[in-house]
Design a protein around this ligand. Structure first.
Ligand code: URA
Length: 205
């Protein structure tokens, strides 16, 4: 691998992905991020969960879904009866895109070019883990997993055959569930999230 993380041969282990992500220069997001955040979980997990990008906490910890969105994801998995230890959790984009606001770092949605550039790493994780089912958490993840814009609401509750033999499922991003303002709507959205995770797990089992 060269110093820009641009490799000719695709990585063939999760260790190589982790090392490559951290030195990746395929887009400019590395400049303001603390580190690259690779996926983590069981090597041959039947279920892969793909989020958008690391948040503030994940950027500092170097691990996916360890902040508030990770808390929602954990609660959803528990309610759906899915052991997180039997999943592989990752993101469409491996560096935290943000802008400063005072002392805070405010999340910015990655653009299509950044998602496209980072598919090198997501595709490597998919080839190595070979999950039976991939759950795209939100629109950015769906763009990365399916390679085209895939609206969440219209496509929930269905399984789509992916070229790598996995089946793809979409659901809400956990951060969206945190932002729903009305308590009843929030509870309903969480219930839907749990149903989607149960559906995905039933396909993976
Ligand atoms: N949101 C994501 O999409 N991924 C994380 O790892 C954390 C928050």
């Amino acid at each position: 691998m060269d110093r820009q993380g641009l490799v000719d041969a695709p990585p063939n282990s999760l260790e190589a992905v982790a090392a490559g992500v951290d030195v990746c220069r395929r887009c400019d997001l590395w400049r303001d991020a603390t580190q690259g955040v690779p996926g983590e979980g069981a090597l041959h997990a039947p279920l892969m969960l793909v989020g958008e990008q690391p948040g503030d906490k994940e950027d500092l910890a170097g691990r996916p879904f360890v902040g508030p969105a990770g808390g929602v994801l954990d609660r959803g998995l528990e309610a759906a009866g899915v052991p997180r230890g039997e999943t592989f959790v990752t993101n469409a984009v491996k560096h935290f895109k943000h802008e400063p606001r005072g002392k805070r770092r405010i999340h910015k949605t990655p653009d299509t070019g950044e998602v496209q550039a980072c598919r090198w790493w997501l595709d490597a994780e998919r080839r190595i883990v070979r999950p039976r089912v991939i759950v795209a958490l939100g629109a950015t993840a769906a763009l990365a997993v399916f390679g085209k814009a895939t609206p969440i609401n219209r496509n929930r509750g269905q399984a789509f055959q992916l070229p790598d033999q996995a089946q793809g499922v979409v659901t809400f991003h956990p951060s969206y569930l945190l932002r729903v303002p009305d308590a009843a709507a929030k509870a309903q959205a969480f219930e839907g999230f749990v149903e989607d995770l149960k559906f995905a797990w039933s396909l993976a089992a």
